[in-house]
Design a binder for this molecule. Structure first.
Ligand SMILES: C[S@@+](CC[C@H](N)C(=O)[O-])C[C@H]1O[C@@H](n2cnc3c(N)ncnc32)[C@H](O)[C@@H]1O
Length: 219
């Protein structure tokens, strides 16, 4: 038997971890606060605070110039990734909500990265299918409706360049992925995780970051 995870993340430990990460800048902080104040029932959809520096780190690590985000909400993760892009980099942000993404547009303007973000308001599957078919995406972040994950994956994978990385959020789905009776989005995530595991085109690792994050690299 191998050693399991023996560190329980208490509130104190979580705060310690955040204090040892790059801090959110004032625009990011304001966006988090505005999202919680304006959309208290939906703010939990926002990527966790530690995911912002992690996504930025990964964008830099792969030297990304072409980034795609599936699921933008109020623009927190897009802001983190856009900031990490070179000046001529682009991020295509897919969402269906004008209302939620309007807050993102405002924050992106304030942060001076709006010119790098191409927001497409449409079902993400339509936006992905309209993209060039050849491999050109360096980094993608998948964080939208869970029932669509496999379809998004199947549109993204052929478009990823060799060595490009897809990061997928919520792969532990609040712990429900171990429930054999799971239905709805939890069952969709179970099916998705098995799909990723069996995909010979990609090398994948599942991490216990926040609600579970899979990182997958195109072979
Ligand atoms: C979990 S939130 C994204 C959070 C965001 N990444 C962040 O860190 O703030 C999921 C988003 O997916 C969007 N969404 C749901 N179904 C969609 C679809 N079919 N096409 C595109 N976006 C969709 C929702 O409008 C919502 O904004």
């Amino acid at each position: 038997m191998t050693k399991g995870n023996d560190t329980t993340i208490t509130a104190e430990l979580y705060a310690y971890m955040l204090a040892h990460n790059p801090p959110l800048d004032p625009v990011q902080r304001e966006l988090v606060e505005t999202t919680y104040a304006r959309f208290p029932d939906h703010a939990g959809m926002q990527s966790a605070e530690e995911q912002a520096p992690l996504l930025a780190f990964l964008v830099r690590l792969v030297g990304a110039r072409h980034v795609v985000e599936v699921g933008t909400f109020t623009g927190f993760s897009a802001l983190a990734m856009a900031r990490a892009l070179p000046a001529d980099g682009t991020l295509i942000a897919c969402d269906i909500s004008e209302e939620w993404t309007a807050y993102g547009r405002e924050a992106w303007e304030k942060a001076g990265v709006a010119d790098r973000i191409d927001l497409r308001i449409a079902p993400a599957l339509d936006t992905l299918r309209a993209m060039p078919a050849e491999p050109h995406i360096d980094f993608a972040y998948l964080d939208a409706d869970k029932g669509g994950y496999i379809a998004y994956w199947e549109e993204l994978v052929p478009r990823m360049r060799q060595g490009g990385v897809i990061a997928v959020d919520n792969v532990l789905f609040h712990g429900a992925v171990t429930d054999p009776e799971a239905t709805g989005p939890a069952a969709a995530i179970q099916e998705f995780n098995d799909h990723v595991n069996a995909d010979p085109r990609m090398d994948s690792v599942m991490l216990t970051v926040s609600d579970g994050l899979t990182l997958s690299r195109k072979k």
